[in-house]
Ligand binder design. Sequence first.
Ligand SMILES: Cc1cc2nc3c(=O)[nH]c(=O)nc-3n(C[C@H](O)[C@H](O)[C@H](O)COP(=O)(O)O)c2cc1C
Length: 194
Amino acid sequence: MSDPFAEFRALLARAEATDRAVLPEPTAMTLATVGADGAPSARIVLLKGLDDRGFVFFTNYVSRKGGEIAQHADVALVFHWQPLERQVRVEGRAEMVSDAESDAYFATRARDSQIGAWASLQSEPLADDSLLDERVREMERRFAGREMPRPPHWGGYRVIPSRIEFWSGRAHRLHERRVFERAGNGWAMHRVFP
Ligand SMILES: Cc1cc2nc3c(=O)[nH]c(=O)nc-3n(C[C@H](O)[C@H](O)[C@H](O)COP(=O)(O)O)c2cc1C
């Protein structure tokens, strides 16, 4: 396949069709960002959208990752579907999605998750668990009986890839690695040693 997006979609569909007991979080991906000091940090987020532009996830814009992306938009994603013996590595730039796109996704979330997005000061020090409970109760009161708007500090990023690598496990560690890099309006593919 010469279109890495088509290949990724087919692979994700296989991962999503795999028994959840074997592959519990098919959309989980590691997101690596770069701090102001040049040091990397990584965490898992869930892939919530994919189109011809890139890979979308949602988070708190003033979290550690949000602060790092604001300073340095280059990021990396890694998917690992162990039962399929497949890994996909994505490198590119993260851009905030439009407000309309974040609003639309926020509206699909369960109310408890919406409350959580308002209540959590993601990545801030939390001296005592009761503070989080208090904030949840406060938000429940604040939005009681009405639709919850998206918090201004919460939304999506789209990772626009410049490089996508597909790794397939093979016997004797002779794994296959195919690397796609942007070339004009399309992609050029080359192989690399495992
Ligand atoms: C399976 C799994 C899925 C997660 N999905 C998300 C997500 O979609 N968005 C998010 O902000 N955090 C998600 N998290 C939490 C992050 O890994 C991380 O703890 C949080 O975003 C704070 O990261 P930061 O302090 O580096 O900003 C997920 C964690 C796990 C284990």
